[in-house]
Design a protein around this ligand. Sequence first.
Ligand code: AMP
Length: 313
Amino acid sequence: MRVVRTISALRRWVRSEKRKRHSIGFVPTMGDLHAGHLALIRRARRENARVVVSIFVNPTQFNEVRDYRRYHRNLEADRRQASACGADLVFAPSAREMYPFGVGSRVRAPRQAEGLCGAFRPGHFDGVATVVAKLFNCVEPDRAYFGRKDAQQAAVVRQLVKDLNFPVEVQVCPTVRDRDGLALSSRNRRLRPREREQAVRIWRALAAVRDEVRGGKGDRASLRAFLRSRLKGPGMRLEYAEVVDPATCVPVNRHWSRALVAVCVWVGDTRLIDNVIVRRPSSVVLRKDRDGRRTQDAGRRTRKEVVICYGRC
Ligand code: AMP
């Protein structure tokens, strides 16, 4: 497996692989690889002739210099792990290589970036959209792999690809979790033992919401209140808990059938995000009452009733 540091060396390799008609799968990362990243690399390995992994701690997506500086970097360990999972090339540029003239032209992230993390991290998704566009231009992948853990990022990238006509298939892969359910994240290593114990409550709360929805609950305000009540405690601060449409990231209206429940929680001074996709049971149907208003009813449908059914009923 090769490691290249410059865009010109990367382009030479890409050109020679394209000449051989090899498809290229691409996994963009900020390094400090864990099993979540490795699952993306393995999936790319299965679906493409060649696999490129980028390792670049992108300064333009950090809101605080301190956070950028303390991001854990370990290229040698990353290189070994990427190679063991079948990557063909690791692209590990410096910030100067990526931004030789400063940031310069920027990509403005689409409207998926407005809520959730975007509301608390101004400019973050512009930084993500800009670096993803630059990387796509350099790697020219056929397929790119992103994790569901960063569901808003995946929605932003999907829209970016449509808006800017990148010939790239975006694949969003399931979140890999620790045994107790905590979503793997490079930030988990910052948690002290006591904080690590608290952090597991995030997944427990999301799993409980999923059960609530399966049981027929679906009111956005109640689901948010439910999460708020489960995610408070010493050393924990909820930044947001929202129920949104997975593609647009806009809060759901009353008639949703599939939604993304997303949370951001500070545990100590570590910011953690996680989410779950929930589906309302098909028996929960919306039907018109005598006055023609839509009402929610978990009862059985009869042929005589006027039934307006959303989602897969
Ligand atoms: P990062 O290095 O944090 O920028 O993440 C690089 C990619 O790995 C992104 O597409 C993330 O969504 C994905 N990723 C991070 N953690 C996980 C996880 N626990 N499971 C699956 N994918 C993940």
